[in-house]
Design a protein around this ligand. Structure first.
Ligand SMILES: [Zn+2]
Length: 399
């Protein structure tokens, strides 16, 4: 037991010298992934492994770990291709090693379970049931902590490769972009898709580059065009700003007066951004600000877009006069002249009704809550005023 502990153990590090480990009669031995030569267990140390690499494969001195890992895969494949009895038993041991690693992974047990529990138990069982000679054979099954870890990673890579292969070979049409479930399918969801595409542009590029179909080549050309990506970055930013505004206008706490405040402030921000972009300041646009190649042409496009957004918002949300807003916030201190002609007299009766005034003081938050954003935007603000009046009257009646 003491002697076994002093044996040099293989370290994952040694792949940088081009060496993997094979186990023969329970002893770890280094094997070169280039020439497949197996060195003695005594050579299992960096200086000696390096000596082999530099001496026998001079031209590969500067190769990195990935290169040697690829050669390892090639070597393992060629091992499995052989049919000699040594290779057959090695193949069985390798197979067993993968089967155990898979069980360990499925049970979510530590990688070390292979060498600390599975192997000792299996050996004991085989020794008792079949005899010492058979138990010794189990030493060829690689189950060290590192090996189990490597097997699990091999298997997960293999599964990933299979999935990628399936996706690549499937007709493009059957894969639809998965929409974010938290939003419904309107222009704001499209905003999320635009953002997702931007975040995944490198992955999408890789995906499209593996597919020869004409349509994917068109997508690929766009993803490889820095000008297109920079323009896309701006679209992501402005849609995200609009998304935030839209969300702030919704929900149970949204009141028409607050909404008006928010819309006014957003319109002022649009103006501010327009001015900043003209001066070459893009800091308010997160994705765009990271791009190095913002052309004058794009700046002009963005300035035009911000300007058209402002006029579009004015058209979509017609100006709400200050008088009307004051009327909603505080009807009892509003000048009668600011109220529509047809309700002025009723309004005078109303503001002189002291019980209504008291009630409004008490219940003003309730009144405001009823004035959700929605209906009032679609037409005359008179509707809003009437709602306030009717509501306060109703409250008075119900008391
Ligand atoms: Zn070699």
């Amino acid at each position: 037991m003491e002697a076994q502990k002093k044996k040099r153990r293989y370290s994952e590090e040694y792949i940088r010298f081009g060496f993997i480990v094979i186990i023969k009669d329970g002893t770890e031995m280094p094997q070169c992934v280039i020439c497949a030569k197996v060195l003695s267990p005594a050579a299992m140390k960096p200086s000696l492994l390096q000596r082999h690499l530099h001496g026998c494969h001079q031209d590969l001195k500067g190769k990195d770990v990935d290169y040697f890992k690829r050669r390892e895969t090639m070597l393992n494949r060629s091992k499995l291709d052989h049919s000699g009895s040594f290779h057959q038993s090695n193949k069985a041991a390798l197979h067993a090693s993968y089967v155990v690693a898979l069980k360990i992974a499925q049970q979510k047990k530590p990688h070390s379970t292979g060498e600390t529990l599975v192997m000792p138990c299996t050996k004991e069982i085989v020794r008792i049931m079949l005899g010492e000679q058979h138990a010794k054979k189990l030493d060829t099954v690689p189950l060290s902590d590192n090996t189990v870890q490597r097997r699990i990673s091999d298997m997960s890579t293999d599964i990933k490769d299979q999935v990628v292969f399936e996706i690549k070979t499937a007709p493009l049409g059957i894969f639809a972009l998965q929409l974010d479930e938290t939003t419904d399918v309107r222009w704001l969801s499209r905003g999320n898709v635009v953002k997702r595409v931007f975040e995944l542009k490198d992955e999408l590029g890789l995906f499209f580059s593996c597919n020869d179909k004409k349509v994917t080549q068109v997508y690929l050309a766009k993803l490889n065009d820095p000008k297109w990506i920079t323009g896309h970055a701006y679209i992501v930013d402005i849609l995200s700003r609009l998304n935030i505004l839209n969300k702030s206008l919704q929900g149970a706490d949204a009141v028409v007066t607050d909404a008006v405040d928010k819309l006014k402030s957003f319109q002022m921000k649009l103006k501010l951004w327009e001015t900043k972009v003209k001066k070459g300041n893009f800091e308010m646009f997160e994705a765009l600000a990271e791009r190095q190649d913002i052309s004058d042409q794009l700046v002009n496009l963005i300035v035009d877009h911000l300007a058209s957004l402002q006029s579009e918002m004015k058209r979509y949300f017609p100006a709400v006069s200050e008088g009307i807003l004051k009327l909603i916030r505080d009807p009892f201190h509003t000048d009668v002249a600011s109220v529509n002609d047809e309700i002025q007299e009723e309004f005078i009766d109303f503001v002189n009704d002291s019980s209504a005034s008291d009630l409004f003081e008490k219940e003003s938050s309730l009144v405001r809550e009823v004035l959700f954003l929605g209906g009032p935007w679609s037409g005359e603000m008179t509707v809003v005023v009437l709602i306030v009046l009717v509501l306060v009257k109703d409250m008075r009646r119900s008391l």
